[in-house]
Design a protein around this ligand. Structure first.
Ligand SMILES: [Fe+2]
Ligand SMILES: [Fe+2]
Length: 472
């Protein structure tokens, strides 16, 4: 039986019997999914020190306690309404926002919500074996924190489907548990969510770059005219920030340790032989995850994106920072490939909204890479990491059919095939990473040799706190 206690919420769930029944029906399937597809081997006998969202009060929206993972309280929270909020962009600019789904946009909105919703459980599935290779229990706890919150983001989308999309919405909510990452017959919707994440370098890159695509998407959905969607995604962004913190600081700590090892090895880059992760390997993983995450923003020129914007369904990140919110006349200059040649073309900005969002994303990623590069500076090392050119290794959009190196220089297919493993992780890199992650570290306060400890612990707890403990 679901009670307001069992599902923390600020949507007066107990007053809405129809919705409560629908979620009661869905919840056991969710828990079964979590047990089957969530963190493997950490369901029964482990207690994890996690935060749980209990309100949207900025001064104290979460509380921290030990929980067994299947007993985590996945809640439903909408950010507080903005009084007299009006539509911020597109053809209906200035009109009151919608509290119900307009019939003519029902399919488009459902598609947006389902696509976002599908990524949330997908990432949990991708990461379900990682616990067995953890570099510390501090990191193990962070992995599980990210996982339970992605589960909560699924709840958030399912809440919208159940509340506003009737029968179709309920069917979609079931499908969200039926598709599985990497499943041949029923894969997850977006390709990037069908590959397992089996090393911690990949996990940190995923949370740095792919969760940041989540931030792009959530920022643009938080502008939506559909007010419940806006409020739901606004609150999700609060949690999302922590996921990117895990990624950015995770890589930062690896870089820190690599710098130490490079000095130990007499300023040699060859830190693999002393168990560190060498910079070329880190750079290759940046190249991979950045390019995959660029793809997630979709085609540069898109009539869907134009319709989403025109209809007020999905805006730009930080829409208030723009001057023109209708964007009827503006054009966007786009680099593209025509007949094998790079060429600048001008397109109506509405059609380039995916690219506009990608611009925001690239800037946000660059700021993170700049912060990483400060670590080298602090160590007095001249090495630097960089984002690859956005044409590099693209599978979606204008550049998908062409080949470029990380500096944006065009390559022949033959040259690409010969050289791509200079820029992207290969089987030997993977084997090396797995070899140094073979033995999980469960002793409080100890860290794997390839990663530095964090600057501080979680929520004022010491670094050597027992963030994950085994039940006796
Ligand atoms: Fe999420
Ligand atoms: Fe996330």
């Amino acid at each position: 039986m679901i009670s307001a206690d069992k599902i923390p919420n600020n949507v007066d769930l107990h007053l809405n019997k129809r919705l409560q029944r629908a979620l009661e029906h869905w919840q056991p399937a969710y828990i079964q999914w979590w047990r089957d597809m969530g963190p493997q081997g950490f369901q029964e006998y482990h207690q994890v020190y996690v935060r749980t969202a209990v309100s949207v009060d900025p001064s104290g929206w979460a509380h921290f306690e030990y929980v067994r993972l299947p007993e985590y309280r996945w809640g439903i929270f909408l950010a507080d309404p903005v009084v007299n909020r009006t539509i911020g962009f597109g053809d209906f600019f200035g009109q009151p926002v919608w509290q119900e789904v307009p019939g003519e946009f029902r399919n488009q909105l459902r598609r947006l919500i389902v696509t976002q919703g599908d990524t949330e459980p997908a990432s949990v599935e991708q990461q379900r074996w990682l616990g067995h290779r953890c570099p510390s229990i501090y990191d193990l706890r962070n992995l599980f924190q990210v996982n339970v919150e992605e589960g909560r983001h699924l709840w958030a989308m399912v809440y919208l489907l159940h509340s506003y999309f009737g029968r179709d919405g309920r069917d979609e909510a079931e499908e969200l548990l039926a598709r599985q990452s990497g499943n041949r017959d029923k894969p997850r919707i977006l390709d990037a969510f069908n590959e397992p994440i089996d090393t911690w370098l990949d996990f940190f890159m995923f949370t740095m770059f792919t969760d940041r695509d989540g931030k792009s998407q959530l920022l643009s959905l938080s502008e939506s005219s559909l007010d419940p969607l806006s409020r739901t995604t606004r609150f999700m962004l609060t949690e999302e920030a922590h996921h990117m913190f895990v990624g950015e600081t995770g890589i930062g700590r690896i870089i820190e340790r690599t710098c130490e090892l490079m000095k130990e090895a007499g300023f040699s880059e060859d830190v693999r032989r002393i168990g560190g992760i060498d910079l070329p390997t880190i750079q290759k993983h940046i190249n991979l995850w950045f390019s995959l995450s660029l793809d997630l923003h979709g085609n540069e020129i898109s009539t869907n994106a134009a319709a989403y914007f025109a209809n007020g369904l999905k805006g730009r990140a930080e829409e208030v920072k723009w001057d023109d919110h209708r964007v009827v006349e503006s054009i966007y200059k786009l680099e593209t490939v025509r007949d094998g040649e790079l060429k600048a073309v001008e397109v109506p900005m509405r059609n380039a909204m995916n690219e506009v969002l990608r611009d925001w994303y690239v800037g946000d990623c660059q700021a993170g890479v700049d912060r990483w590069n400060k670590i080298f500076e602090r160590h007095g090392l001249s090495d630097r990491l960089r984002l690859p050119d956005r044409k590099f290794n693209r599978g979606i959009g204008q550049f998908a059919g062409a080949r470029f190196d990380p500096f944006g220089r065009a390559l022949s297919d033959e040259e690409w095939a010969r050289r791509k493993h200079e820029w992207l992780p290969n089987a030997a890199d993977k084997a090396f990473l797995l070899s140094i992650m073979n033995t999980p570290i469960y002793e409080p306060g100890r860290f794997a040799n390839y990663i530095a400890p964090p600057a501080r612990g979680v929520k004022g707890r010491p670094i050597n706190f027992e963030y994950v403990r085994t039940e006796v």
